[in-house]
Design a protein around this ligand. Structure first.
Ligand SMILES: *Cc1c(COP(=O)(O)O)cnc(C)c1O
Length: 453
């Protein structure tokens, strides 16, 4: 136990010693931090005992609520057997079992699982595997990747290179490797006066042109299937995903699915690729893989890619990559328990009911004065706010509209985290219908309060 008398110092120590991710610390230091001390199910509880609904699943990773007994039990049992050892030269039981379990439910053809510990590392690994694969096949001229405009794949150098965001990455530009970008069929951003059908056709034409023209130089295309999360919840239709996959096949280019955010039930299926009936060559998993309880990630590969790395040691075809906590037994045990629960929920269509309800509830935002776009895929949604809705002119960044909505929601017992002025709703899959209604109600009231002020 932490010393009880320390509690008066928590804020002071946070402010004195911590540097928070994606946080303007000057703003942070001027405010009282919300210190989370405990959690129960879908609720976070702060150091004063206030309860908050976890409206963004603790940054998109929590699946079954907090402290889910089956997962706690699995970790506890595993902890008594084996806490951690290495996957370099050894293997362990939960890592082995989880690999088998995941391969069984992954899109058919993904046969090999490589562990790491965050979404960004899962992406780095996929990029390196794709890049090296072509060299091992004797096709060394492939030094380019293709990605979607505005995509996000994590914050390490390779992941930043394929996932460029002006806000996040502008000062690193000279460090990043070149990447070809294609516009996804977002009517709101790129195809303003077009119908969704025309935008889809034009986006696929652009993809076809880019892939065709650079056929011999592209190692892989990477995509967040169905929903580009951190870009601001930009959804695209299944046909676009299927189309990109088809174009990669036609042009002999590898297809990497970054399912870090959309995997594990978010879209209503275990994996988003299932909606399009496709098998990527490489698939990145993170966030929800452990139920959102412990850091874990994985990159899945086809046997075709895996086998290119086989040979005598002296051929140096080994995939020379690894992280210390790769295949951590506790995280894998949590993931197995989480997968058991998830398989059950998906079987009984519980998520479909929540998705349907969430569609209904979200439609009310259409009438709001400052809501300019609503985007949803499964149990993930973004409500975009703008000062001038018709002209799609955003609020000035300094107004911190998104942040103010989130602070207002907090006063009503809901934790949210915006992406600039896009209000993100991403509740755990364990949310009840009443909790979903309350989440939407509080969000609606908070938007009204802030924009009318
Ligand atoms: C969150 C995210 C990542 C990065 O995962 P981390 O665990 O934060 O490194 C990568 N890709 C997508 C699509 C994500 O949403």
């Amino acid at each position: 136990m932490l010393p009880v008398n320390d509690r008066i110092h928590w804020k002071e120590w946070d402010h004195a010693y911590l540097w928070h991710p994606f946080t303007q610390m000057q703003e942070w230091l001027a405010e009282d931090p919300l210190i989370i001390e405990r959690a129960e199910g879908n609720y976070l509880i702060d150091s004063q005992g206030n309860r908050y609904f976890d409206g963004v699943s603790s940054l998109w990773c929590n699946v079954h609520g907090h402290g889910r007994p089956e997962i706690v039990e699995a970790i506890r049992n595993q902890l008594e057997l084996l806490d951690h050892t290495t996957m370099l030269g050894l293997t362990n039981v939960p890592a082995t079992v989880l690999a088998k379990r995941l391969v069984e439910v992954a899109p058919k053809g993904l046969q090999r699982m490589f562990y790491s510990d965050s979404g960004a590392t899962a992406v780095e690994i996929a990029l390196k595997m794709a890049f090296e694969y072509w060299q091992l096949r004797g096709d060394s001229g492939r030094d380019l990747f293709v990605s979607l405009e505005g995509s996000y794949h994590g914050d390490t150098i390779g992941a930043m290179s394929v996932g460029y965001s002006e806000t996040f990455h502008r000062r690193y530009r000279r460090l990043l490797f070149p990447c070809l970008r294609i516009n996804p069929p977002h009517v709101y951003r790129y195809y303003r006066r077009e119908s969704p059908e025309d935008a889809l056709a034009h986006a696929l034409e652009e993809a076809e042109r880019t892939l065709n023209e650079n056929q011999d130089r592209v190692a892989a295309l990477i995509v967040e299937p169905l929903m580009q999360g951190a870009a601001g919840m930009w959804s695209h239709p299944v046909e676009y995903l299927a189309g990109l996959h088809r174009l990669c096949r036609q042009n002999n280019i590898l297809f990497i699915a970054d399912e870090v955010a959309v995997g594990f039930g978010r879209t209503g299926r275990l994996f988003a690729c299932e909606h399009a009936g496709i098998t990527p060559d490489l698939m990145c998993l993170g966030k929800g893989i452990s139920g959102g309880v412990l850091p874990l990630a994985a990159t899945l590969a086809t046997e075709e890619i895996f086998s290119a790395f086989l040979g005598g040691y002296e051929e140096y075809k080994t995939f020379f990559h690894g992280h210390t906590y790769t295949g951590n037994p506790l995280a894998c045990a949590a993931a197995i328990a989480s997968l058991d629960i998830l398989t059950n929920i998906l079987l009984y269509n519980k998520i479909q009911i929540l998705i349907k309800l969430s569609e209904e509830l979200l439609s009310r935002f259409q009438e709001f004065n400052y809501v300019t776009d609503i985007r949803q895929w499964g149990l993930m949604a973004g409500i975009e706010l703008a000062e001038d809705v018709a002209g799609r002119r955003p609020f000035p960044a300094g107004q911190r509209i998104g942040k103010r909505v989130v602070l207002e929601a907090r006063n009503h017992g809901v934790i949210l985290r915006p992406l600039a002025d896009v209000i993100v709703l991403m509740p755990p899959l364990s949310t009840t219908e009443d909790e979903l209604r309350r989440l939407v109600n509080v969000t609606a009231e908070s938007i009204q309060t802030v924009t009318q002020r």
